[in-house]
Design a protein. Structure first.
Length: 244
């Protein structure tokens, strides 16, 4: 599996405990609130909100939680002091890591993230040190257990504007420009094809294969970063064999 948005990464976390799940719920709720505050409560004209709601659905966030987050964005001022920015660094084996941050205390977050990198064999870098290795893309993952007609899916995706189509062991991955997200999402919906993941994310141009201790450290680093309250998203360019 590679480090951006592979179905294998999702499956690895399906057994996450309640504490981790609680953090995911909180982070998505925060993203919904900020999206509403910045662009309004109608997802039709607010791509950021649309993506946040899609992520909430994929993570089975209760509707009550979603509605509270939307109302908070429409009416409350709590959370207006949050800053958004990115960190970049290197993980074990020379892998590249990018992190989306949302925090109300930049100094605290910087110290925490620097500590995690150091603890698990990486180091926090300067802005731009690895960002050039990633490009923003629309990514859709379809589980083969849900839809297994590769030829039909590929034609639907390509006709809707997809740039790339990959068949993995147990899933299909569709990649496209961020501008084509809506068109592909609509084409899949029109054909009753459900996705296990659909998002605009950062995809690496190349990957670094990790084995042994480097692979262990990398997965531990990614988990530690994702568990941090101020980390919204983690992107990396590692590749690890399933056997590893």
């Amino acid at each position: 599996m590679s480090g951006h948005s592979k179905w294998a990464n999702i499956k690895r976390k399906k057994g996450a405990n309640d504490a981790i799940r609680g953090k995911v719920t909180t982070k998505i709720g925060r993203e919904i609130t900020i999206a509403v505050r910045m662009g309004g409560g109608d997802p039709t004209g607010n791509m950021r909100l649309k993506l946040a709601l899609s992520k909430a659905k994929a993570n089975n966030i209760p509707k009550d939680n979603i509605q509270r987050a939307i109302q908070k964005g429409l009416g409350a001022t709590d959370g207006s002091s949050y800053e958004e920015f990115s960190y970049e660094g290197y993980g074990p084996g020379g892998s590249a890591v990018m992190i989306d941050i949302m925090t109300d205390n930049r100094n605290r977050t910087a110290a925490d993230i620097r500590h995690l990198f150091s603890k698990y064999g990486g180091n926090l870098g300067e802005t731009g040190c690895v960002g050039w290795m990633f490009h923003k893309k629309s990514v859709f993952i379809v589980d083969k257990e849900v839809f297994d007609d590769e030829e039909s899916l590929m034609m639907i995706a390509l006709e809707a504007g997809a740039e790339d189509f990959q068949a993995e062991d147990d899933s299909f991955e569709i990649t496209a420009s961020p501008d084509d997200f809506d068109a592909i999402a609509q084409a899949l919906e029109d054909n009753n094809i459900e996705t296990v993941q659909s998002e605009i994310t950062m995809v690496p141009d190349t990957t670094v294969k990790l084995e042994g201790k480097d692979a262990d450290k990398m997965l531990t680093l990614i988990d530690a970063l994702e568990e941090h309250d101020d980390v919204q998203n983690v992107y990396a360019n590692y590749e690890i064999d399933d056997q590893e």
